[in-house]
Design a protein around this ligand. Sequence first.
Ligand code: ADP
Ligand code: MG
Length: 530
Amino acid sequence: MATFGIDLGTTHSCIAYVDESTRPVIAKSAIGEDTTPSVVYFERPGVALVGTAAKNSALLAPHLVAQLVKRDMGRSGVEFTYHRERYTPEKISALVLRELARAAEENTGLPVRDVVITVPAYFGIAEREATRRAGEIAGLNVLDVLAEPVAAALHHHAVDETPGTRHVLVYDLGGGTFDTTVIRVSGDDVQVVCTDGDGELGGADWDQRIVEHLLSTFRDAHPNLDPSADDLAVQEFTDRAEEVKKALSATMSRNVALRFGGAAVNVRFTRELLEELTADLLDRTAAITERIVETARRKGVDRFDEVLLAGGMTRMPVVAAALQARFGLSPRLSEPDLAVAKGAALFALIRQAKSTRGAARQLGITEADAAAMAKKRVSTVVPRAFGVKAVDPRDPLALTDPMRARQMVAHLLQANTRLPADTGPYPFQTAIDNQRMVEIEVWEQAGPTPSEELADNTKIGHGMLTGIPARPAGCRIEVTFAMSETGELTVHAKELETGNDVRFELNIGGADRGTIAKARTDIAGHSVSG
Ligand code: ADP
Ligand code: MG
């Protein structure tokens, strides 16, 4: 029984397993490639294509093609309609996952059932849960969802067993997202120190810059023709752009042949020009990197032993060069677009080795390897701050007219706290006289940096503390947050005079079994091919 790791990427996905000698191996796609485009083409009712075939169809029928859905994972209310049927981001992701599993089974002969799926480190609980649901809708048993940089580091650590404690900076620039994470690797312990990123910055933005240049070059040569008004032409130019971008990672210049409206233009593209057109995009990644280096410094990390590049975009030589020039870091480039899936496969094996008796036999590995795997610990941090809604005690109205006083989010659990975490009791008070119950509203940080403004946070759940004795305002209440290793949040609120309390768990955005089963049936009818 092999365990699989899946990198469910914004633009490309990848699946890996661990062989008998505990080496992670990529399971190839239906067409023999290491990665599969995370694209679904809803050809006709009940028939969906996934992967390269779907990506190619984007040219002909963009309105029937779903892509970049990872950006909408966990957003409530987001749905797409194809052939009058509605699809959530989870359902579309489930189609991608099902195809990955199908191709992997076909190519390895191993059944794909137990999996670990990776997510960006800055994903909040709702996004993680949506990812888990996508796996379940696809009929997989999701052992865990794991942060991508941790997976990359785990793979890296497995291939490089330098002893001692090391700090690793992971710089991951993919097709649609950028994230950067600091990780501490110490013996068998792999721990996230802090994480930061931008969910709307990636290879597609580079492609866009190239397209703009191609379009304007074309218009300069043929002022009476405007390919930018033609969807098909734009799509074709976009494909050319991605091709030339990739080619320029290996070569210094490339000719691009453009055809439109009976005219043809040959554009000579150089690596230098590409770097010039996209310098500000790279600068944005550098600014975020600077921010995380600063966060890490505040947490006592003042040097990095290793810089790991992940994501297909880091194959561009300018990335490593920029990190070297700005931060004096010498990044290591090792299978940037495969490391996450391989690390996830290793993590799946670690999980199995820990939790299963007779794991070695079941997993088909040696007893010694199973024992070594079971010893590994991977801990992670709270991706974002969590808190409760409260009346701002600094607002003078809090005393005279609390109903009209400013409301804020008081964060109890700070971003980047190590998991499992327990905040200990935080003191609050009732706001009005004779208040017999308190609604405990739990809010999660929504933006990249913590803020107490309600608008910068999302409400993710609530509980009711009842049985408070009739007293003037100021009745003392304590609220405690505890978050498990896998991110489940338990909230405990207690009124101190009577000891009455309420405890509730947040299964945020958690669809019930029935909903998942229904979604699975919905997509089961789809014949899917890579
Ligand atoms: P994600 O995880 O976000 O889906 P990947 O890590 O698979 O993304 O990276 C995909 C991005 O990397 C795409 O924008 C793709 O064009 C780009 N890419 C892939 N190979 C290369 C290369 N050799 N040079 C430059 N960019 C590349
Ligand atoms: Mg990725």
